[in-house]
Design a protein around this ligand. Structure first.
Ligand code: AMP
Length: 307
């Protein structure tokens, strides 16, 4: 059961109220892959890096069942670079720098060995490139999940809307849902976005959990109340990796199984925020994931007598 992941592999500079780091590996596809490989392999990664991306990171990925045949290495250019600064609430951030570098000339090529994958995770990337990957797949995957962000809504809204028509599940945060739909109420925003193509919509609300919308149904998954959130970077991508990883593992794309999948996504995201970059994701074991999932069950489990 192969899962194709598409997105950035990057260097990030991050500043939070608790610390600062000038250069750490990041990128949407990096986080998605590190999260999803706990549930399903192979992960078939499509991305681009420059001469500066560490070989040790690639070796680490390969050792976890992440195939990098679809990762282009450009010998004379730098990797994508992003820098962000978090506000005191850690839920909102300002992007300080987005240096496209290698991304500016990226033309993703789906390797022949990736054809036939049943699951496709379009991580945050230029919408035109997300579309190009969909177009290259000779057999449509069973499920296409897409993540995006305000940056692309600002500069490539038409391209983004074209991709929306081709996908099954869209993941955005609350601000992006409002920007995409022009509606302030998230319920109205969801209704509008579901008219644009996706059959399912997940609205991520940071420390306030996530909402899953489908037709007239809504499901809510909380985020685990953590004593310390150290660095939220990549939490959204990690959520996406856990979500699609579980669906690919179970091969079940029903609404009920998506409810489980967003709890798993939330559990994975709760690890991601505990350290800078993807560091924590590389430490955790299956036992750690199980323990955290039990904490989620405890968090929302209650008995009630109807009046
Ligand atoms: P998240 O915190 O889940 O939104 O993801 C943060 C990651 O997304 C960082 O590691 C960045 O390298 C990457 N990123 C930031 N901006 C973009 C962008 N415009 N396109 C693709 N990836 C991005």
């Amino acid at each position: 059961m192969a899962l194709i992941t598409v997105g950035t592999m990057a260097f990030d500079a991050i500043e939070t109220p608790f610390g600062k780091i000038d250069k750490i590996v990041g990128g949407s596809a990096t986080y998605v892959a590190y999260a999803a490989c706990n549930f399903v392999t192979p992960i078939q990664q499509i991305s681009i890096v420059g001469y500066d991306f560490p070989q040790e990171e690639m070796d680490e990925m390969k050792s976890r069942g992440i195939q990098l045949d679809g990762v282009e290495i450009v010998p004379d250019k730098k990797s994508f670079f992003w820098s962000g600064k978090y506000h005191i609430d850690m839920n909102t951030r300002d992007t300080l720098v987005t240096d496209l570098n290698v991304l500016a000339d990226f033309n993703p090529v789906v390797p022949e060995s990736f054809q036939g994958a049943e699951f496709l995770m379009l991580g945050n990337l230029m919408p035109k490139l997300q579309m190009s990957v969909i177009d290259q797949l000779r057999v449509r995957p069973k499920l296409i999940v897409m993540d995006t962000m305000n940056f692309w809504m600002d500069i490539a809204m038409d391209d983004l809307k074209a991709v929306l028509k081709k996908i099954d599940v869209l993941l955005v945060n609350d601000g992006e849902a409002r920007q995409l739909s022009g509606e302030l109420s998230l319920v109205k925003a969801a209704r509008e976005i579901l008219k644009m193509g996706p059959k399912y919509l997940i609205i991520k609300k940071g420390e306030h959990g996530a909402l899953l919308f489908h037709e007239n149904h809504v499901f809510f998954a909380p985020a685990l109340p953590l004593e310390e959130v150290f660095d939220p970077t990549g939490a959204g991508d990690t959520f996406a990796g856990g979500f699609i990883g579980h669906l690919a593992k179970t091969k079940d794309i029903s609404f009920d199984n998506m409810k489980t999948a967003i709890i798993i996504g939330s559990a994975m995201a709760s690890f991601c925020v505990e350290k800078f970059g993807p560091e924590r994701l590389k430490e955790i074991t299956k036992e750690d994931i199980d323990t955290r999932l039990s904490e989620f069950v405890q968090l929302v489990n209650f008995d009630i007598d109807l009046v």
